[in-house]
Design a protein around this ligand. Structure first.
Ligand SMILES: [Zn+2]
Length: 307
């Protein structure tokens, strides 16, 4: 399973437009709320505890004193019969240090948290963080500039002036492993740590198919021409709101020319080297991404011939 995928919640979207049901569930002592503070999810216990960690889903009474009217409280879905919400506490000073959450747990950056909780909890983090992040950036109407209001338990914003509706966005990104014979193409972004290589990636553009975006990005970044493009898997990537679309692409030759504005370096990596690097070794100065990244799974699937 790819981290951030596999969300276990029943989103029960029909409940979002039922404010009485939402209000009742927010008072129900069996409901659970995941606090986020400055986009960091709450985890139970202490950062020094042995892992795996547990997501800090708390009963509503723990959060009564912290909830303020303007703070987004979003219905994430049902876990069996239990209603799960997320609450943005960003306007408070760190509530894990002082106040009703003190001693219960700590806030942890989402990328780290996703690597130390279970896969099902990581997927809930992806949903909660992407939604709260979207609300933080969409307080004003892009059409007329007036303030917008939260509607539908967090799944819509409505402009109070021009009535334009705004919905949480998902930004598609293609991430592709070009292969040629027994080698795959990896690149090092300019901002990557030394030695870190990954599959090439880029945002899709309007009016473009997934296959066209894969071909364009490989041509732009590495001047690699590819034929067949095949779909692998997708991954929600809540930094802030991407959907990573993993693909394989068959290159027509190993010739390349790196676009130095985009990448520091590009290399063809032989299958044996890719196998060792994906298992954590540094091979020929190349390290590959950890399992939180879909690139890891893309490279591993190809390297071990599961394709
Ligand atoms: Zn407006």
């Amino acid at each position: 399973m790819i981290p951030f995928a596999g969300n276990p919640l029943n989103r029960a979207s029909e409940k979002r437009t039922n404010p009485e049901w939402i209000a009742r569930k927010l008072r129900d002592s069996s409901s659970l709320i995941l606090p986020l503070w400055r986009l960091e999810p709450f985890l139970l216990g202490s950062a020094n505890d042995p892992q795996p960690a547990r997501l800090g889903l708390l009963p509503p009474k723990n959060l009564e004193a912290l909830a303020i009217a303007e703070a987004p409280c979003i219905f994430l879905g049902l876990d069996d019969e239990t209603a799960i919400f997320t609450l943005d506490l960003s306007s408070s000073p760190n509530p894990a240090i002082d106040g009703p959450l003190a001693g219960l747990g700590y806030f942890c950056d989402a990328r780290t948290a996703a690597q130390i909780v279970s896969l099902r909890e990581a997927a809930i983090i992806a949903q909660a963080k992407a939604l709260i992040d979207w609300h933080q950036r969409h307080g004003f109407c892009p059409r007329c500039g007036s303030p917008t209001m939260i509607m539908d338990a967090g799944y819509r914003r409505l402009c109070g002036k021009c009535n334009a509706e705004h919905f949480p966005r998902v930004d598609p990104v293609v991430i592709m492993l070009a292969t040629e014979g027994d080698a795959c193409l990896v690149g090092r972004g300019k901002q990557f740590p030394p030695g870190m290589f990954s599959a090439l990636a880029g945002f899709m553009e309007p009016g473009e198919t997934i296959e066209e975006a894969v071909r364009r990005e490989l041509m732009e970044e590495a001047s690699v021409r590819v034929g067949e493009v095949s779909y692998y898997a997708t991954q929600p990537w809540p930094f802030p709101s991407s959907l990573m679309i993993g693909c394989f692409a068959k290159a027509q030759s190993r010739e390349f020319k790196v676009d130095e504005n985009e990448l520091a370096e590009v290399r063809w990596l032989e299958r044996g080297a890719a196998r060792a690097a994906i298992e954590g070794q540094t091979v020929e100065g190349v390290r590959l991404p950890p399992p939180i990244a879909i690139a890891h799974h893309l490279i591993k699937t190809w390297a071990f011939g599961e394709l």
